[in-house]
Design a protein around this ligand. Structure first.
Ligand SMILES: [Zn+2]
Length: 438
């Protein structure tokens, strides 16, 4: 069954791809959630020219020769943006990633990217990994998957959050042995300003749309205390300077106020977790336009992690509710949704995770975190934006034609989106990848 299904949708994708940029598509009979407005625009029509949305109107749109799709009264909304993915390692175990057959993770990544797109996620901001090849193949329509905003390799200090060497692997400075995570293309393990500059600039050379550093401890990593601060101010500033000079920004892995305040002082513009943040720092972020791209970490124990890591996860997990409660009272803070799925046996709950946010937010706020709030975050990639032609995460004239048509009203009932069987149409870049309307 899986094979037939995959073949069927690939045919849709490639057939539409052949028409891309030549054939207009007119979608009628829908209600529109544009990614930012609190209410739907009722009884609307949307015209797509090639890969761009060219017209949105409640009046009838004349489009001679266009292919017409009857939306059957469903809700048309932006494709979802997962602002924290690691597409090269979603379902890859850490042993397979670091000690296994080197080509195996990429094969899984191809499968994981396809499944992500078919859940309605049309863009993923990749927050670290060996990703440039997969991104290129997706952009060339070789394999189906979401748009990718790549960070390239993680930047980690020695003994930092991405230092996954075994203890038998002596540091490069004392052995001339390149660390395995570096050799396989996952990480730049760097210390000192010159090495940080070189790593950031190398990522930028290869096509990174933003730079990702670990500014503090993490739970999956084997040797760093959770509450540690990582990279000195000068090292953080070096990364920020390299990114800013190329017209983009740095995002970070960090949970604590100490790490996050140091990073903001150094010019870093996005917090990639923040579950242990305090109100003062959140207010500073809102005042200074620093984004919060965070995740509902509400599962406090993961069987694939050891006791050391699960103890750290528990602290992060306890912080999640506290953070979201404060965030829900700060309308000026730009908050985006992400999942940070990596090293998991099964990623099928990716979009269902939106429902965890119902404890703190109305559906419209949750949907904005997964669509319209991402627009300004992704646009911060500036000169390094791989998709600069129009906004992503919005349904407006001039935006990329990345959209879903779902059965029901997700502003009233999130399951219209989170239950994939309610997604009737998936379009990315004007290409239809799923269509059960006709
Ligand atoms: Zn991550």
């Amino acid at each position: 069954m899986k094979f037939l299904w995959t073949t069927a949708f690939c045919l849709i994708g490639s057939a539409a791809a052949a028409q891309n940029d030549t054939q207009a598509i007119l979608i009628t009979n829908i209600h529109l959630f544009d990614g930012v407005s609190a209410a739907r625009l009722e009884n609307a029509n949307v015209l797509i020219d090639g890969h761009i949305i060219s017209r949105v109107s409640t009046d009838e749109i004349q489009a001679d020769g266009a292919t017409v799709i009857d939306g059957q009264g469903g809700t048309l909304m932006p494709g979802l943006v997962d602002n924290h993915v690691h597409l090269s390692m979603v379902t890859v175990s850490i042993p397979d990633l670091l000690f296994g057959e080197p080509t195996y993770p990429l094969v899984r990544a191809v499968r994981d990217a396809e499944e992500m797109l078919m859940r309605g996620v049309t863009t993923g901001r990749d927050m670290g990994g060996n990703i440039f090849g997969l991104k290129k193949a997706i952009d060339e329509d070789i394999v189906p998957g979401p748009r990718i905003y790549p960070s390239g390799r993680f930047l980690s200090q020695t003994s930092g959050h991405f230092d996954f060497r075994t203890k038998a692997e002596t540091h490069r400075a004392f052995s001339n042995i390149e660390p395995t995570p570096d050799r396989l293309g996952w990480v730049y393990t760097v210390d000192g300003v010159p090495q940080v500059l070189a790593a950031a600039r190398e990522n930028l050379r290869l096509g990174a749309s933003q730079i990702k550093i670990a500014a503090g401890g993490g739970y999956a990593s084997p040797t760093d205390p959770l509450l540690s601060t990582q990279f000195t101010f000068e090292e953080m500033k070096a990364a920020a300077d390299a990114a800013t000079d190329f017209g983009t920004y740095v995002t970070m892995h960090a949970y604590t106020p100490t790490a996050i305040n140091r990073a903001i002082d150094a010019g870093i513009k996005d917090v990639g977790h923040g579950q242990l943040l305090d109100r003062e720092t959140l207010e500073r972020m809102a005042a200074e336009g620093v984004h919060l791209s965070t995740q509902p970490f509400t599962v406090c124990n993961e069987p694939q992690l050891d006791a050391f890591s699960n103890a750290k996860l528990n602290v992060v997990c306890q912080g999640t509710a506290n953070m979201y409660k404060m965030v829900s009272e700060m309308p000026d803070l730009n908050v985006t949704w992400g999942t940070d799925l990596f090293n998991v046996p099964d990623a099928s709950d990716q979009v269902e995770q939106l429902e965890r946010l119902l404890e703190w937010f109305e559906p419209v706020e949750i949907l904005k975190q997964a669509t319209g709030n991402a627009t300004s975050l992704l646009a911060m990639s500036g000169d390094k934006n791989p998709y600069p032609e129009g906004p992503i995460g919005r349904i407006v004239e001039g935006a990329y034609a990345d959209l879903l048509i779902v059965e029901g009203n997700p502003l009233a009932d999130l399951s219209a989106v989170t239950d994939a069987s309610n997604i009737m149409l998936i379009m990315k870049n004007g290409v239809v990848y799923k269509d059960v309307l006709n």
